[in-house]
Write a protein that binds this ligand. Structure first.
Ligand code: F6R
Length: 243
């Protein structure tokens, strides 16, 4: 695992966008796994700027989603499908055809989860998966004590994560769904390159436990220690509890 400390979130975004651009120059139809939440926004802004400046051609890139709320109606602005289309797919000039995600509206959720794992494998596997980290060490929506071998499945969000995400739902926790579909930790670990971005003091404890603590299900991001190509990009505040 490589840990890169950058001065701030903008620098982290630029570094990861350049890593993505370099991958796409080598492999124009790369499958890029993206995350939602606040942290990755500087990455998407920096990558979009590169595309608009003609520094990289992403026209054949495919985008896939890490996780999705269960039960939000199709087209809900806070569904992760809508969010990824708005924040990544459209700014990069791509269409929904280039996009893969789990179906959070499916009646048979376990079948939708299995179908998504199959779709990722049939697409050739994820080349680079971008990850954020929860204050409790979650990746995707694999909350503490998720199996490190888990596959895409339904999970119940902790109260902490629902509180953290209430800001996207008019600060009303009652509107935040209780359930999500998330790529499992085992699924995430199959990506060829994992890139985790963490910024701000609030993530410092989770970063320290993930990078320097024991590999344990109680801190899902610690699984990255076992990945052959994992890069953790942290700003100085998020790095402040590293030894
Ligand atoms: C979102 C996701 C989550 C977030 C994490 C951090 O797709 O998978 O693991 O990355 O909750 O969220 P932010 O970046 O908003 O602090």
């Amino acid at each position: 695992m490589e840990v890169v400390i950058v001065p701030d979130a903008m620098a982290g975004g630029e570094l990861i966008a350049e890593t993505m651009a370099a991958l796409v120059r080598r492999k124009p139809d790369a499958l890029l796994g993206v995350a939602t939440g606040s942290t990755p926004l500087p990455v998407y802004e920096a990558l979009t700027a590169k595309v608009r400046a003609g520094a990289v051609d992403v026209s054949r890139v495919r985008i896939c989603q890490l996780d999705e709320y269960v039960g939000l109606p199709s087209g809900h602005p806070e569904s992760y499908r809508s969010t990824v289309l708005r924040q990544v797919v459209e700014p990069l000039g791509l269409t929904e055809d280039s996009f893969l995600g789990p179906d959070g509206t499916a009646r048979d959720v376990p079948a939708a989860c299995a179908a998504y794992d199959r779709a990722l494998a049939e697409a050739g596997g994820v080349d680079l998966q971008l990850l954020g980290i929860g204050t409790d060490g979650h990746i995707g929506f694999n909350e503490p004590c998720s199996s490190l071998a888990s596959r895409t499945r339904i999970k119940t969000l902790t109260r902490q994560t629902r509180e953290d995400n209430a800001r996207f739902f008019d600060h009303d926790i009652e509107q935040v769904p209780h359930h999500v579909i998330t790529q499992g930790i085992g699924t995430i670990m199959e990506a060829r390159h994992l890139v985790l971005l963490a910024t701000g003091e609030g993530k410092a404890e989770a970063v320290a436990r993930s990078v320097e603590g024991p590999v344990a299900a109680v801190c899902p991001a610690s699984a990255l220690q076992l990945h052959p190509h994992a890069t953790v990009v942290v700003d100085e505040a998020a790095a402040s509890r590293l030894r």
